[in-house]
Design a protein around this ligand. Sequence first.
Ligand SMILES: [Fe+2]
Ligand SMILES: [Fe+2]
Length: 474
Amino acid sequence: MINYMEKIPNNVDLGRDRVLQRALEHWQPAYLNWWYDMGPTESDPYHVYLRTAISVDTDGWAQFDYVRMPEYRWGIFLQPLNADRQVNFGAHKGRPAWQEVPGEYRSTLRRIIVTQGDTEPASVEQQRMLGLSCPSLYDLRNLFQVNVEEGRHLWAMVYLLHRYFGRDGREEAESLLARRSGDADNPRILGAFNEPTPDWLAFFMFTFFTDRDGKFQLCALAESGFDPLARTCRFMLTEEAHHMFVGETGIGRIIQRTCQLMKEKRTDDPADLRALGVIDLQTIQRYLNFHYSVTLDLYGSDVSSNAANYFTAGLKGRFEETKLADDHVLADAEYPVSEVAGDKIITKHVPALTALNERLRDDYIGEIQRGLGRWNRVIEQSGLSYRLTLPHKGFHREIGNFAGHFISPEGQVLTEEQWKSHQFEWLPTAQDYAYVQSLMAGRVVELGKFANWIAPPPRGINNQPLDFEYVRFN
Ligand SMILES: [Fe+2]
Ligand SMILES: [Fe+2]
């Protein structure tokens, strides 16, 4: 169980380490200041029907009740210790997992933890205005659930920094509260986390595509030989699943509503559909192209000596590392990566150790494809022939082998001129954003009501009805 008696709820026996406890209690008000400053706009007085972790057991961790978000019980929860756990890959394979930071990997590990930690408050900042335009109380509650849990993910990384990295760690923890998404002088570390999330279509795309990158990064870190990091990430993954659910079902419901009107009004003309106040499938496709491509960049360069070093050091594994049937050292293995040669995309085999970013990206793409298939089934079940597609993985990339090249969604190598003449068919235009923004003029908060552009979900949260009061405003 988690100890809620303490100022900082935790299952790491924080009370036994007074120095650490004091350091974190010092960080806590700074965190709250950040939340008041950068958390969901105007939300402080709201009572939100939220789940809170009460234990780290698979079924016991979610308790639902009304909570004011600044009073959410953010805390430090790690999966229980398995004393027999080993380093399962790389040069130290077979040794006992590290319970303290190995000196030689100290700065590398700190960097990994800071980079992960930085994404958590960033997404809260990106999403802070969305509550003002929610399509229903159900969706508003889901947004806030995602936000408080991203806040807790920041806590999770900050605990590691404070507990294991001394003064440097404390300084990094402060910097995590100082950077701001999209800030010109002090931006968040990774590109996609500095992009605005201006509307709910972008929010659902973000939680489908970018939170899923979070999942795959956490899965790779959950394999880490540094055991406290692995156990922290394992628990974070249980929360992450809900975020991706919000994204996938959110997009699915938008598609469903659009298809319903396409059938009823017998039209597939985007202009007609916009006149009816729903989001045409072409606009959804352009948003998809954008969020998919900027998220692919988060995995880093296709060929990366950093990735090889992280793996060999035992710090960051592959997706489901321990379920893979190979030597977990990758001494002689190869892996295919793509490259642009002239006007063609070719496949090259490189040492698998150096292609671990690409491999994680490919694992991610597999899961994305299955989600996309479920969206297409919504269209198919409406009897319509339109299909959403994933663009080629070289499309609109700024990092890795495709950076600086102009690849069409179909995977043709184009000149810059050719690409630019089609850009407006492939990526959201100023008009697209303006149209979607026009749907966000106000919020829908009547019990059981949903905005015109999105279908209701099949069921409520925690078996509550759809007309449940998921958020109370006073
Ligand atoms: Fe997160
Ligand atoms: Fe998330």
